[in-house]
Design a protein around this ligand. Sequence first.
Ligand SMILES: *Cc1c(COP(=O)(O)O)cnc(C)c1O
Length: 386
Amino acid sequence: MKGTFPKDKFKAIETPFYYYDTELLRQTLASVREECGKHENFVVHYAVKANANPKILGIVREAGLGADCVSGGEIEAAAKAGFTPAGIVFAGVGKSDKEIDLALDKSIFCFNVESVPELCVINELAEKKGKTANVALRINPNIGAHTHANITTGLAENKFGIAMEDMEEAIKYAQQLPHVKFIGLHFHIGSQILDMNDFVALCNRVNQIQDRLEQLHIKIEHINVGGGLGIDYQHPNRVPLPDFKSYFGTFAKHLKLRDGQKLHFELGRSITAQCGTLVTKVLYVKQGTAKKFAIVDAGMTDLIRPALYHAYHKIENISSDEQPEPYDVVGPICESSDVFAKQAELNKCHRGDLLAIRSAGAYGEIMASQYNCRRLPAAYTSDELA
Ligand SMILES: *Cc1c(COP(=O)(O)O)cnc(C)c1O
């Protein structure tokens, strides 16, 4: 089964470009709202780093989600797209003074703080402005996730968060700083997680931490469990929507929220990945010694995930209905890792055919670079091409 695309419209557009199916994005957001809405006190923020295209941000905001930002630039992008500051959380191991000042000026909801030195700086900068900043401490729960090593974040060896053994001291320290208000705990164990047991492990860890903090009479108003829900890269047509039901259901079942506590989520990939496609043109079909190459005009500069993570993206030849043949689909960049797929079964390719590289709506356009003095890829929505 192939995806459906406005192929005639595509013919008039210079390749490569991103194409966003806004209907699917809206359906995905509706599913998030429905499944999240079944549970009291669940709040969802969109992880802006997955895709900060203004059109995408606008649609996500319309759906009523908050924003999870990891830089000052993302806070500005979120504000510009109309996200209310009261729905913005700010994470990141290396927040600069300028970024902290910006977040203070905008009066965002909460800083997810990743170290004690950062706490001190936020306290100092807030004092200068006569403000008090809400802070949650990001705790490294030392939990592995069954995903690519480059995208696990919750192990003690990762750079993120405050170690569990330092947590109590860090909380007590935060509580006696006059210009920060300690409001909760933050976690994020990784990305593209499909095994719900990984999230169960996180819930168990949070429960354990809550029991301990209760004994110390430390009050926690907000718990933020980050993002990480995965999508089906193999079957974007058959499984266009992530399993939000199991995801939220897992937390509802296993995480013991205390009275009045809010549970926050920060979903990125699961919201935008499936709605995005990188459309590229076949420049040359080259017969190598042992295989055929489809050389396309998109490269790792437009979509770096295959080169960076050996990530799989389904590829479809949307111009041809001829018998499938195996091709290595490669870009024009002067790097051996500039390969989108090896031995992908594509309908027989010809110069000029359009290929759809699927599930590219998250960590695609936003990670594009100008290496080799290339232009950044353009982006169009299905609304615009309708
Ligand atoms: C990247 C990130 C997310 C989003 O992760 P996804 O896997 O895209 O859902 C959420 N929270 C934090 C802190 C992150 O760094």
